[in-house]
Design a binder for this molecule. Structure first.
Ligand code: GDP
Ligand code: MG
Length: 305
């Protein structure tokens, strides 16, 4: 199973040397802080945030040293905040999750990973394959369901996504499932634009069960960095999001864009994808993220001696 530290290796790589120099402090600390700003930007930390951080660091820890690194850590964690607690079960049964995002962002894989997490807490899970755009779309989710040994409802290739979602909710109700995860398409085969289609899926679910879907989660591809934020805004406008999952953090050198998600969208990040396997998903927490992003400057400083 992947972990935070190895997943963030590519993003961290760019920062390590500068942080080590910052940790050592001394005469060149001013220059080091300038390099740090540049490298935070390269890791796709939003420029306003990077600017604010550096201003603060210059004020409080301009000489560098271990305190400067500790302060940077604290400021980054503070910028992320901690999302409110998340539980798989709620007032309604099933609790319905609509998983949206562009093609290839990692939706289907994320549905499988989420199914496993929910099942591990004792929930009975049903997967709904409302990506009817690709013939392989439903097959991919059905294979995951088979592997995870959970229920799945699929629609025929080209079927109406909203109808499949409706059937999945009906089945989840009939079978007494706790959690329903609905996978959707990232591209449309009909003349209906994607966002319209998602709104229709949402409305049809609400008709079957008032209040459904309980959650609308957007899956973002971390390798896109801040380019993903533009997509996120479009989705958020069409189907108001209640959460974000960041997939492919393990392959990204731009994981700093995660700061833009919390700051610019105001939607909590719920989970982070750290690999392709069913277990490669962890709840999002600010402290281990920042820890893995910055690494141990003190450690590298000692190693470099
Ligand atoms: N390395 C890595 N690959 C991932 C992750 N999540 C998904 N993928 C891969 O990304 C590709 C697209 O994923 P898929 O779930 O089919 O995307 P969808 O089109 O949004 O449903 C697949 O090859 C997945 O194995 C992740 O967290 N890390
Ligand atoms: Mg898919």
């Amino acid at each position: 199973m992947a972990n935070w530290f190895s997943a963030l290796a590519r993003t961290r790589q760019q920062l390590t040397q500068t942080l080590t120099r910052l940790w050592r402090g001394g005469a060149a600390a001013g220059q080091t802080l300038e390099n740090l700003e540049e490298q935070l930007l390269r890791a796709d930390v939003p420029s306003r945030l990077a600017g604010e951080l550096l201003q603060q660091l210059r004020r409080t820890a301009g000489e560098g040293g271990p305190e400067a690194v500790a302060e940077l850590r604290r400021l980054l964690a503070e910028a992320l905040g901690q999302p409110a607690d998340f539980t798989w079960t709620g007032d309604r049964k099933p609790r319905t999750f609509l998983i949206v995002g562009v093609n290839g962002s990692g939706k289907t894989t994320t549905c499988a990973k989420l199914a496993r997490q929910a099942a591990q807490t004792g929930c009975r899970v049903l997967l709904g394959a409302a990506d009817t755009f690709r013939a392989a779309g439903a097959d991919q989710l059905a294979r995951w369901a088979d592997y995870l040994q959970c229920d799945v409802v699929t629609g025929a290739f080209g079927a109406d996504a909203a109808a499949v979602a409706f059937d999945a909710l009906a089945a989840a109700q009939a079978r007494g499932c706790d959690v329903l995860l609905i996978d959707t398409a990232g591209r449309m085969h009909t003349k209906t634009p994607l966002m319209r289609e998602l709104q229709k899926v949402r409305d049809v679910l609400a008709k079957r069960q008032p209040g459904a879907p309980d959650e609308v989660w957007l899956v973002l591809d971390a390798t896109l960095g801040q380019n993903a934020i533009v997509q996120a805004r479009q989705f958020h406008e069409a189907v108001p999001l209640t959460g974000v999952v960041i997939a492919k953090v393990d392959g990204s050198s731009k994981a700093g864009f995660i700061f833009a998600v919390t700051r610019e969208l105001g939607v909590p990040i719920r989970f982070i994808g750290l690999g392709e396997g069913a277990d490669d998903l962890v709840p999002f927490e600010a402290d281990p993220f920042v820890e893995a992003l910055l690494g141990k400057a003190e450690r590298s400083a000692i190693d470099a001696r």
